[in-house]
Design a protein. Structure first.
Length: 676
């Protein structure tokens, strides 16, 4: 098979850059020696972006024309950063370079060969909303089952179809694995997917998935196109290769089949996006697909202390399916990571808030501290504590726990029960019921207000069927059922009991049908029930949450520092970022690792990689917090065993702090207790 070899003086270009002086030994070997199929295992904080940019500069300085180089990334932000840094390094813009995301490159190719793919050159691209609207139109042409309340809404159908495409799975396989409650509708969803494809083609439109699917089809089925691009791209570089899906890996393999100068850069230890269709197997099997693959390792870490890296390496050794690697620190020692043992979730929240204030008092800025968690619901108690203490915070890449739509949905029913004059809650709660839009909801509330707007129990017995059509009456019947049960319970009923009533009366069905991440949202609501346990009444519970909203934005900090925020984030959202201090909370079995992974196998290994990602976000200080008990509304107070990811660690890699009502101290060392 033909292979392009880059010689020292290829193109006769003169070297301007000091590659050896600008790179460490590991990076230099990649930059100057990565010809043929090469896999670069780039550990966390090891300078992978710098390595890719210098590799690009090296190729250009050796005379490789820009148009013969392809650099693919996963996000537009990463693509822009690489282009900007490359131009700064080179002092010029390499015109003709192919660089950008997979979807950008697919679109560029399809614009050139749209006719061969069965489209006109001026084809349109459907964004997420356009795609959802077209699927909705397809659903209207289906039989009566699509109109059932339990049938997935267009956005969920869109996610099902997209996941099937990107993982090369059937609709049935996707439903069985991710949406088992929709398996009975597999036939209808397949028909919708087929009609959706026909409508796209008939209107000369592609969606984002098509930019990959049609691109791959061209490369596989049109030899002239495959030959053109595989011969044009003498050198191909792919960033974040561990996040590629089936289709993307196939495209890379085809494009690299001629010259075989294929450089894929990634870290199997940070492959955490299987729920999006990413396959860790792509990076693990690369050397098997390209038998003469050279493997490079970037193991010099410029981010974290030796102690943090020792703990990270120790954890990762427990994964079997991986490339062995061990990160080495450049930075000096600071202190060992700390395993913090707290009594419960409230003690956890109190410890985090207190420790954050202490570190800020020692000179750290809040923006240099991050609190990470496996799932969003784990932040509920902490968010309340931060508000009470006046510590400003942001939830990165998401919405604060109590501001999420599904949380506000269930609380709207409680608010009506306690304050029948709350028009906003009436409208929100009514429009959650089938057949009731904002217009009918406003009409019902207007009827209530016209009846005096004081006695809710009496109004719920009033016949309003005359102002509603048949479908809306059914929806109002659900509303009546929920509210009648709440009125019967009375304003002093436990809030958890009232929330369970909302869920059991149809809201859980609503979540399953309307949200792609339905299980996560249901987990959030279950945690809301747990959170409400310590409140004597629904009134006290809602008052506390309302006060929380009123105090939002007020801080204990000086006015000129009001733009400083503590960062809260799920670990998935934190990938690629770093902070001086990382506090990982909720490290209990059944919480982290996630319950879905407890059966073992590939799922538990991905969870361990997620723990590794959390740990390696920290530059100087790392706190791993384990609540010893937690409340579960189904079982009461339960013992929360340490996460297996903590149990696997050698004792030498961390110290233990015990937190009590009086404070916290290092276990067994006799240090002074610091009050919480």
């Amino acid at each position: 098979m033909k292979k392009y070899i880059l010689h020292e003086n290829a193109g006769g270009a003169e070297t301007r850059l000091d590659f050896k002086g600008s790179l460490n030994r590991e990076q230099y070997e990649v930059v100057t020696g990565a010809d043929g199929p090469c896999l670069v295992l780039a550990g966390a904080g090891s300078g992978k972006t710098r390595t890719l940019i210098y590799r690009l500069a090296y190729l250009l300085e050796r005379g490789i024309p820009p148009q013969n180089i392809l650099l693919m990334t996963f996000t537009n932000k990463a693509a822009r950063e690489m282009r900007d840094r490359a131009e700064t390094l080179l002092k010029y813009r390499p015109k003709g370079l192919w660089s950008g995301t997979f979807h950008h490159t697919g679109n560029r190719t399809l614009r050139m060969f749209a006719r061969e793919a069965g489209f006109k050159k001026d084809f349109g691209i459907l964004d997420q909303r356009d795609s959802r609207d077209l699927i909705k139109a397809c659903m209207k042409k289906q039989n009566a089952s699509v109109k059932q309340e339990t049938f997935p809404k267009p956005s969920v159908v869109q996610s099902i179809i997209s996941f099937a495409v990107n993982t090369k799975s059937t609709i049935e396989e996707v439903l069985a694995g991710k949406y088992p409650y929709f398996l009975k509708f597999s036939g209808e969803i397949k028909e919708i997917a087929e009609l959706y494809d026909r409508k796209k083609k008939g209107s000369n439109n592609m969606d984002y998935d098509d930019l990959l699917v049609k691109w791959k089809w061209l490369l596989e089925n049109v030899p002239a196109i495959r030959g053109r691009f595989s011969e044009q791209f003498r050198y191909i570089m792919v960033d974040e290769y561990q996040d590629t899906n089936h289709i993307q890996a196939d495209i890379v393999d085809i494009l690299g089949s001629h010259y075989r100068n294929l450089l894929v850069v990634g870290d199997d230890a940070q492959s955490i996006y299987s729920f999006r269709g990413a396959r860790v197997e792509n990076i693990l099997t690369f050397p098997k697909r390209f038998k003469d693959t050279r493997i490079f390792r970037l193991e010099t870490n410029y981010r974290s202390t030796p102690e943090i890296l020792d703990l990270a390496n120790d954890s990762l050794r427990n994964n079997r399916n991986q490339f062995n690697k061990a990160l080495r620190a450049v930075n000096p020692s600071v202190e060992r990571p700390v395993l913090v043992e707290v009594k419960d979730l409230y003690s956890q929240a109190s410890f985090v808030a207190q420790r954050v204030l202490e570190m800020r008092g020692d000179g750290l800025e809040l923006r240099d501290i991050a609190v990470l968690f496996r799932a969003h619901y784990q932040s509920a108690e902490l968010e309340m504590e931060l508000v009470k203490r006046g510590i400003p915070y942001i939830v990165r890449g998401g919405i604060r726990f109590f501001e999420q739509a599904h949380i506000k949905d269930v609380l709207s029913f409680l608010k009506i029960a306690l304050n029948p004059a709350d028009e906003i809650s009436w409208i929100r709660a009514l429009t959650l019921c089938p057949g009731l839009g904002p217009g009918y909801a406003a009409r019902i509330f207007g009827h209530f207000r016209g009846a005096g707007a004081t006695d809710l129990a009496r109004f719920l017995k009033t016949d309003v069927s005359g102002i509603l059509p048949g479908k809306a009456r059914a929806g109002y019947g659900r509303f009546l059922g929920i509210m009648t049960a709440m009125i019967r319970s009375g304003p002093d009923a436990p809030p958890g009991e009232m929330i369970r009533g909302v869920m059991e009366s149809g809201y859980e069905t609503h979540v399953l049908a309307n949200f792609e991440n339905a299980k996560d949202r249901i987990d959030d609501i279950h945690e809301l029930i747990n959170f409400s346990h310590d409140y004597g009444s629904a009134g006290d519970f809602l008052n506390d949450i309302t006060l929380r909203e009123s105090f939002r934005g007020e801080t204990a900090l000086a006015e000129e520092e009001a733009d400083e925020y503590l960062v809260l984030s799920t670990i998935h959202q934190a990938k690629g970022l770093e902070w001086d201090v990382v506090i990982a909370i909720g490290l209990c079995e059944g919480q982290f690792p996630h319950p879905k992974a407890l059966a073992g196998g590939s799922e538990i290994e991905e969870e361990r990689r997620l723990f590794y990602v959390a740990v390696t976000r920290a530059r100087k200080y790392l706190y791993l917090v384990h609540p010893e008990t937690r409340y579960d509304y189904r079982m009461g107070t339960v013992i929360a065993r340490r996460s297996r990811f903590l149990e696997e660690l050698a004792d030498r890699n961390y110290e233990v702090w015990q937190v009590s009502s009086g404070g916290y101290h290092a276990s067994g060392d006799g240090e002074d207790v610091i009050e919480v």
